[in-house]
Each structure stands twice: as structure tokens, then as C-alpha cells.
Write a protein that binds this ligand. Structure first.
Ligand SMILES: [Zn+2]
Length: 160
């Protein structure tokens, strides 16, 4: 049984499943930049699976401190992996992230950026264990100096 159609997408349907999964924050100021980065820089094709949640990849870094959060996102990633052959997992953190600015769990890492990068690296180890066949890449998005402001992406090594 179908409901009343209220809108028809102008995009053509493509049933091919992408090989890349990108894990990001939901922040709408940054999200369009993440999508462009995935298409243009990562060359991940017009269709990319995104897992977007406030704070991005953070739950994968907090398996011990927040096991319920970890388990929730782990199950969802497993659900995606069950229907595709994911060869590449990309995690992107971003500057001025409200989730991290409000976060109360802190490790010894210094600045908020240091904490985010430490979490990216820890999450990468967890993701590699979960998906041994996939490569894991890490990036940090921030505003560049200058006017008008532009968003730039830094590559973050997966090992500290
Ligand atoms: Zn954020």
C-alpha cells in the first residue's frame, strides 16, 4: 500500500552500492563540504554512504567509556557492511564541533582539536579491527585563514 506522492526527486535512481563509507558529524554548516570532499577529493563517486551523528566517529573511540553509544553505532555499521563490500572507511572531524565543545568526558589530550584527533586515531584502530579488508582514512576539516572563509581538509595519520 502506497501513500500520496508529495514530491518526485529529479535525480536518476542508481542501485549500485558505493564502496566508501564516510563517518562524519551532522553539523549542517559543514555537511555540504563533507559531501563535496567525498565526491571531489576522495573520488568516491556520486553515491557515498554517510554515517552522520553529532560528534562523528567519537563513539568508536569510546568503547570503554561509553559502551552503549559504541554498541549502537557498531550495530549500525555492521548493518551497512552486511549488504555491501566496503573497501574504504573515511572519518572526518571538524573544527568548532558543538558536540566536542560540550563534551564532559575528557582524556589527557590538550585542546579540543587534540582530543578530536586522538579520538580519530583510536576510532581508526577499532574500525580496522571491525573491517580488516577496508582501508581507513582520517581527515580534519577547518576554516582556512583569509576572506572569504573557506573550508580546508587536513589528512590525519591513522597512527600517532
Ligand atoms: Zn560537529
Amino acid at each position: 500500500m502506497s501513500g500520496d506522492v508529495v514530491y518526485r526527486s529529479s535525480l536518476a535512481w542508481n542501485a549500485e552500492r558505493p564502496a566508501t563509507i564516510v563517518i562524519t558529524c551532522v553539523d549542517g554548516r559543514w555537511y555540504g563540504h563533507f559531501q563535496e570532499f567525498a565526491r571531489t577529493h576522495l573520488g568516491a563517486g556520486p553515491q557515498v554512504d554517510f554515517i552522520a551523528l553529532p560528534g562523528g566517529v567519537e563513539p568508536f573511540a569510546l568503547a570503554e567509556l561509553a559502551p552503549d553509544d559504541f554498541e549502537a553505532v557498531r550495530r549500525r555499521l555492521q548493518g551497512l557492511l552486511a549488504v555491501r563490500d566496503a573497501r574504504r572507511i573515511v572519518a572526518i572531524a571538524h573544527d568548532d564541533c558543538a558536540w566536542y565543545l560540550g563534551r564532559t568526558i575528557r582524556s589527557a589530550a590538550g585542546t579540543v582539536r587534540d582530543q578530536q584527533i586522538a579520538d580519530l586515531v583510536r576510532a581508526a584502530a577499532v574500525l580496522r579491527e571491525m573491517v580488516p579488508d577496508a582501508t581507513v582514512e582520517l581527515y580534519f576539516a577547518r576554516l582556512a585563514d583569509g576572506s572569504p572563509e573557506q573550508v580546508v581538509f587536513e589528512s590525519i595519520p591513522t597512527h600517532p
